[in-house]
Design a binder for this molecule. Structure first.
Ligand code: CU
Length: 145
């Protein structure tokens, strides 16, 4: 009797979690990533850049805190900044994405700086990290030079 009760309580919790999720999210993905691409390496270099579009379909602000990849030594978020006579880059430690809005990592703007890469395969795995502790695996495709 007691073990049976324990199982039903677990099942009840599973059902409650499932109901809570279906109630708070739309049929669309809560966090959607599109146009994810990693630029192919310039010969002789091991640093490259990654671009993607991230859409926050939730009703909460999301904070992107970084990214990792098993194919890179390190990944930083950068933004391109106009200096007096040149264009430079600045590290961005975290990036807030408002509810129901989108951020674009693109050439000449926000981008992922990807360090210590031996080669860029057709499918380049990157895991995006959020302040909530959530991790989102994304497959980036190769962007030819
Ligand atoms: Cu950069």
């Amino acid at each position: 009797m007691f073990p049976f009760l324990k199982v039903t309580r677990q099942m009840f919790l599973v059902i409650m979690v499932a109901l809570a999720c279906s109630g708070c999210t739309k049929p669309v993905e809560p966090i959607a990533v599109s146009a994810a691409q990693v630029r192919d390496l310039v010969p002789g270099r091991d640093t490259t850049a990654g671009y993607f579009v991230l859409t926050n379909n939730t009703t909460n602000e999301l904070t992107l805190t970084g990214a990792t990849s098993e194919l890179a030594r390190a990944i930083e978020m950068h933004k391109t900044v106009q200096r007096e006579n040149s264009v430079g880059m600045q590290r961005v430690s975290s990036l807030a994405i408002a509810p129901n809005s989108q951020v674009r990592f693109e050439r000449g703007g926000l981008h992922l700086m990807i360090f210590g890469v031996a080669e860029v395969p057709d499918n380049f795995p990157v895991t995006l990290q959020f302040s909530s502790g959530e991790q989102l695996p994304v497959t980036f495709s190769k962007l030819p030079l």
